[in-house]
Design a protein around this ligand. Structure first.
Ligand code: NAP
Length: 259
């Protein structure tokens, strides 16, 4: 399927690894020129080279922390008028809410709520003027059903979700859509760290924990990041102009509700 994106330009955050990288790769395969962001420069440059060699598109890099104002300015200096914006940053650490101070909460809100909101603020008016924009926020299945150990994520991402629900209805008239992708369990570095932490906390082995988590997924497996990237590219496509304000769960059927 031709996604109608050849020659479009995308800013993809948190894109040196995992789900962000998969989104960048799928967009590149659709002919999108990329500016990709992550803090660690070496992994970012390696990913840019791999994507560029694979898809034959230009891939620019900005090594910065997207959770900071300086980082966001640097990213948008490199690509001032993106057609596509994919927001993403690392998730907050697991733990017990009794151990979290105000600083823990502010860090989670900065990375997983305010950074995407600020990036939208800095790009959405230009997209509306140009009559094309696709914004996809990588959030979490925790928005739909809270994950016990990830209270910081449950809270911060729900704030983003509520905000997007309002804004997405204001922009769609101008062919600018805003949607959230909610990953369940996908095989990434972040997921491996999550499994390790839970294994340590429950005095089980990582393998036992992996199997126990896999048993909760009706698909009988964890997600492949490429499946996530494909969904992202579709939401960014020319054809997806009538989809806005949605929260799309990619979890192999793990969420048990009818809707
Ligand atoms: P990952 O494999 O750890 O990759 C995270 C990517 O984001 C890396 O490229 C990382 O590079 C970059 N990054 C992190 N913090 C950043 C920041 N402040 N500024 C710029 N770049 C940053 O994680 P993932 O599994 O792809 O997860 C992506 C998001 O989805 C996370 O928020 C995670 O919590 C959420 N999620 C994932 C799953 C899952 O199963 N994988 C499930 C639910 C939710 P640097 O570290 O070099 O910056």
């Amino acid at each position: 399927m031709d996604l109608g994106l050849k020659g479009r330009r995308a800013l993809v955050c948190g894109a040196s690894k995992g789900l962000g990288r998969a989104c960048a790769l799928a967009l590149a395969e659709a002919g999108v020129e990329l500016t990709i962001v992550a803090r660690g420069e070496a992994a970012l440059v390696k990913t840019a080279e791999e994507i560029s060699a694979h898809a034959g598109v230009k891939v620019h890099v900005v090594a910065c922390d997207i959770a900071t104002a300086v980082g966001r300015e640097r990213a948008l200096q490199a690509l001032p008028a993106p057609d596509i914006l994919i927001t993403n940053a690392g998730g907050p650490p697991p733990g017990d809410f009794r151990e979290w101070s105000r600083e823990h909460w502010i860090a989670a809100i900065d990375a997983n709520m305010l950074a995407p909101i600020e990036l939208m603020r800095m790009t959405v008016d230009g997209m509306m003027q140009r009559k094309f924009g696709r914004i996809v926020n990588i959030t979490s299945a925790a928005v739909k059903a809270p994950i016990d150990a990830l209270g910081l994520s449950n809270g911060a991402r729900s704030g983003l979700t509520g905000f997007v629900a309002g804004l997405a209805r204001k922009t769609v008239r101008h062919n600018v859509t805003i949607n959230n992708l909610l990953p369940g369990y996908f095989e990434t570095d972040r997921f491996a760290t999550f499994i390790e932490a839970r294994a340590t906390a429950s005095h089980a082995s990582s393998e036992q924990l992996r199997q126990a988590e896999m048993d909760t997924v009706p698909a009988g497996r964890f997600g492949d990041p490429s499946e996530f990237g494909a969904a992202c590219a579709f939401l960014a496509s020319a054809q997806a102009g009538y989809i806005t304000g949605q929260n799309l769960l990619l979890d192999g059927g793990a969420y048990p509700g009818t809707f």
